[in-house]
Design a protein around this ligand. Structure first.
Ligand code: GLY
Length: 435
């Protein structure tokens, strides 16, 4: 009988579906479970955990009873809640940082303290707990300024304020409307950084690390980076913004010192370190750290990485990443997110999605990742979220990857489907020497 390695993936978005597809790209026989998972992960052979799970301890017990050998955690909330620590007693390796290490994302005040203490380049920042001091500082500093709540805020906790009206509205939201709850018990006021942002993903076992191809996200809802922020409307990799010289500066000035800092603090960081880097005229500076893969950048990065992900995730959890083979494919990948009309505001759910199989017919160069979908009783796939799907295509160059992704998108439809038409435009302009 064939021996299967059993893996549990925690999460149910496009990022976790991309992790499943990456795990399946090798010949290693795998038995995959997902909690909660999504219909796309299920179509790819993942079994969804069907036992009610009340907390992470119950998921740990379930994993022990079901022969799980490795857990891969996608989202930040379970990591910041300490899922890795909870699994520790089970002996099952978990890909992701401990609760203390996940503070790099979970507490912006902690993350800033690390950066300041270890001279990791970032924006000048002041931290306040009370409104009076915060308002006095804002008046003295003026705009532009970036106001950030320290805790997790579902991607909405960083407010770039270009006018005093915007800054005052941010203050109102934080201190009067209490829109961020306890996440805003500490608030950071950062100098506004001018530049372009890149997402740098780093796999680490706490000592050794590997930097994956740099990506760029498209945070705004409309073309040309207009409109409100979203969770991310598309991505591409490798980002031409991050050339070899810049990449090595980021590695030397940000990544290595951060991993060493966490070791020196006695809280080694294992898993995926995501550094949001602003490329300024003074060099790379950290916008923020996240303790997990980015979404949708993961959907653009993983198809370019050649490795046995089971082995890589396990090595990150247990050590020995230096002994694992990881290579990057030539070429590029582009990811287009398909959203429900109205997102990031209110939107309708339950629209029938058609064309998924046609879109994915070229499996050698295109993946369709489910994010906000559900299956109805007839087996049809319906929309069930703001970001519904992500379509990634890879090719020998970025131009071809973008064209292939949009061609695949052309096969998919649902009522109110919306997507940006300018994914990777900045990268293409840079490659054409126009930037
Ligand atoms: N794409 C941004 C994030 O994952 O936080």
């Amino acid at each position: 009988m064939e021996f299967l390695n059993t893996v549990l993936i925690v999460g149910g978005g496009g990022r976790e579906h991309a992790i499943v597809k990456a795990l399946l790209r090798t010949d290693r026989p795998l038995c995959l479970y997902a909690y909660p998972g999504n219909p796309g992960m299920e179509n790819d052979g993942c079994m969804l955990v069907d036992t009610p799970i009340g907390d992470w301890k119950e998921l740990a017990d379930w994993s022990c009873s079901n022969g799980v050998e490795l857990v891969v955690v996608g989202p930040e909330i379970p990591l910041c809640e300490g899922i890795v620590d909870i699994f520790e007693g089970t002996g099952i390796p978990v890909f992701g940082p401990s609760k203390a290490a996940a503070q790099l994302e979970g507490s912006k005040a902690f993350s800033k303290m690390i950066m300041e203490k270890y001279d990791i380049p970032t924006a000048v920042t002041k931290t306040f707990s009370g409104k009076t001091d915060a308002v006095a500082y804002l008046k003295k500093h003026g705009v532009p300024i970036v106001i950030k709540v320290s805790g997790l805020a579902a991607g909405k906790g960083a407010m770039v304020c270009l006018t005093m009206e915007e800054a005052e509205e941010a203050i109102r939201q934080i201190y009067d409307a209490k829109a961020f709850g306890s996440a805003s018990s500490v608030v950071l006021f950062e100098d506004f950084m001018v530049g372009e942002e890149a997402s740098i993903f780093v796999l680490t076992d706490g000592k050794n690390f590997r930097v994956l191809p740099a990506a760029q996200d498209h945070k705004r809802i409309f073309d040309n980076d207009l409109g409100p922020n979203t969770g991310g409307m598309g991505a591409y990799a490798p980002a031409p913004l991050v050339d070899a010289v810049l990449r090595s500066r980021i590695e030397k000035e940000v990544i290595r010192p951060t991993i060493e800092a966490m070791r020196k603090e006695g809280i080694p960081y294992r898993g995926l370190l995501y550094a949001g880097i602003m490329v300024t005229t003074e060099g790379p500076k950290v916008v923020e750290f996240n303790c997990r893969f980015g979404d949708p950048e993961t959907q653009a990065v993983l198809p370019l990485v050649d490795c046995d992900w089971f082995e890589v995730f396990k090595a990150c959890a247990l050590g020995g990443l230096d002994k694992v083979k990881i290579s990057t494919r030539d070429g590029a990948c582009a990811t287009v997110v398909l959203a429900s009309k109205g997102y990031p505001g209110s939107y309708e759910k339950g629209k029938v999605i058609s064309g998924l199989e046609t879109a994915e017919q070229h499996k050698s160069d295109t993946d369709v990742y489910h994010a906000g979908t559900k299956r109805d009783e007839n087996g049809s796939i319906l929309t069930n979220g703001g970001r519904v799907l992500a379509v990634s295509s890879w090719a020998d160059n970025l131009d071809d990857a973008v064209n292939a992704a949009y061609k695949a998108v052309g096969n998919i439809s649902f009522d109110g489907m919306y997507y940006r038409k300018d994914i990777a435009r900045k990268g293409l302009e840079r490659l054409a020497g126009k930037m």
